[in-house]
Design a protein around this ligand. Structure first.
Ligand code: PMP
Length: 458
């Protein structure tokens, strides 16, 4: 262990980390990045196959973003949005976002943007908006939010409650009251033998309707979903899923919160994931690629009808009493605005759609390898699920930690990918990746999977 590794193990408490294993193994310390590549402190180069944590959309080392930050820091390093104060970066970013988003579902007015610093705090804001809106609308019973098993929405008390992964609840005394979880739309794992994607979607929508009826439609306010589940296992919903789910939501006056934290800003080859997956959201959660992660910033997109409903009540109370010191931080907002301008100047969504086709073809081809049970994704987002027995879809034993093993073999070969729950490997490179680099990525991953197959067959 070198000096930095020692210091790390002594002084850093790592999030989302096996704390015991970390003390044994120490950290992987990344020092610099350029485009889709990063280098560790030993000088070894890796393809950043997960764009950091699904966020560095524009790639590393983008001088235009550095300049935007430096310029804004010199001009006005901090400005607030509390009590009607404002500043140009937050205003122009909001206007830009309003043009990027699909029209509001009711189509009757503009989106407004409530800024935060992370996907988690933005989803907490969503929970608070659901409460505030229904309270001021005189429907104080209508508060429950339905999320899905394997959904990932963050780690704060509220957003971790939305997250449908037990490891984020155990020992944290979560979920909080009023958060429910319905089925995970994982056809490969949860469909009955011979059940088509459509039939599976119909069953899940019926289960959701059953849950709403059992709880009482007057008590259920919202449903939150990622267009494609990311951290919970890279799960693409079955055909017709959102169409059927939304019909249920509409019948019971339940709003749809679209968590675009991973899928927003071109990841699926469309501006937002909802457009690729047939969702018509009432509100949206944005983060990550909003600034390509050069600075932390998130946003909740609030439709006009919600703003209208809250306006007068906030007047009576004296304020809409929610927001952070750093809501719409001018430097983060200036960087996000420049980031979106670069997306436009470089036609990055069309690039992602085009290169995404090659990416999906290479991903699908991995399905031929031993122990690969399922490959799935859209655009430049993909996952593959490892199984002991492909025809029976039989899992490996949990203690085999096979996805972690494959990720380690990929790392040896200069590729960073993420091992997820459910023995799934996630791939989500910076959107600037070229077709040749997609080949480089998948050649590495294929080699890692072959090595895994060899050692497993032995
Ligand atoms: N929602 C989704 C869909 C996410 O993937 C994440 C993070 N991976 C979050 C919310 C939480 O974001 P953050 O880590 O910025 O709090």
């Amino acid at each position: 262990m070198d000096h930095l590794s020692d210091l790390d193990r002594h002084f850093v408490l790592h999030p989302a980390t096996n704390l015991a294993a970390h003390q044994r193994q120490g950290p992987l310390i990344i020092e610099r990045g350029e485009g889709i590549y990063v280098w560790d402190t030993q000088g070894k180069r890796y393809i950043e196959g997960l764009a950091g944590l699904w966020c560095v959309a524009l790639g590393y080392g983008e001088d235009a973003l550095v300049d935007a930050a430096a310029e804004q820091m010199r001009k006005l390093a901090y400005g607030q949005l509390f009590a009607s104060r404002s500043h140009e970066p937050a205003i122009l970013l909001s206007e830009k976002l309003a043009h990027w988003l699909p029209p509001t579902r009711s189509g009757d007015g503009p989106w407004r943007f409530l800024f935060g610093n992370s996907g988690s705090d933005a989803n907490d804001t969503q929970i608070k908006l659901v409460r505030y809106y229904n309270n001021v609308a005189g429907r104080s019973q209508k508060k429950k939010i339905i999320s899905r098993w394997n959904g990932y929405h963050g780690v704060t008390v509220g957003s971790a409650s939305l997250t449908g992964l037990p490891v984020f609840h155990t020992h944290f005394d979560l979920p909080i009251e009023g958060i429910l979880h319905t089925d995970c739309p994982h056809h490969f794992r949860h469909a009955e033998a011979g059940e088509s994607e459509e039939a599976f979607a119909t069953r899940l929508a019926a289960n959701l309707e059953g849950m709403i009826q059992e709880e009482g439609p007057d008590t259920v306010a919202a449903f939150i979903a990622e267009p494609i589940m990311g951290a919970g296992g890279l799960i693409v919903p079955p055909a017709t899923y959102f169409e059927k789910i939304q019909a249920v939501l509409e019948r019971h006056d339940v709003i749809l919160i679209d968590d675009e934290v991973i899928t927003g800003f071109g990841r699926l080859g469309t501006p937002f994931g909802c457009q690729a997956m047939g969702m018509r959201p009432d509100t949206m959660t944005l983060a990550k690629a909003l600034s390509s992660a050069y600075l932390p910033i998130s946003a909740v997109a609030v439709p006009d009808w919600m703003h209208e409903a809250m306006k007068e009540p906030s007047d009576k109370l004296g304020a809409f009493a929610h927001g952070f010191t750093y809501s719409g931080h001018p430097v983060a907002a200036a960087v996000a605005l420049r980031n979106l301008q670069l997306f436009e100047e470089r036609d990055l969504i069309a690039h992602a759609a085009r290169v995404g086709q090659h990416f999906q073809a290479r991903l699908a081809a991995l399905g031929e390898l031993p122990f690969v049970g399922s490959t799935r994704g859209r655009g430049l987002l993909g996952g593959l699920e490892l199984v002991r027995d492909v025809s029976a879809k039989r899992r490996f034993a949990a203690e085999d930690k096979v996805a972690i093993r494959v990720a380690a073999l990929a790392l040896e070969r200069g590729l960073l990918v993420r091992a997820l729950a459910g023995d799934t490997i996630a791939i989500c490179p910076p959107l600037v990746i070229t077709e040749a680099q997609v080949d480089e990525l998948f050649d590495c991953l294929q080699s890692a999977l072959r090595a895994f197959a060899d050692e497993t067959a032995r």
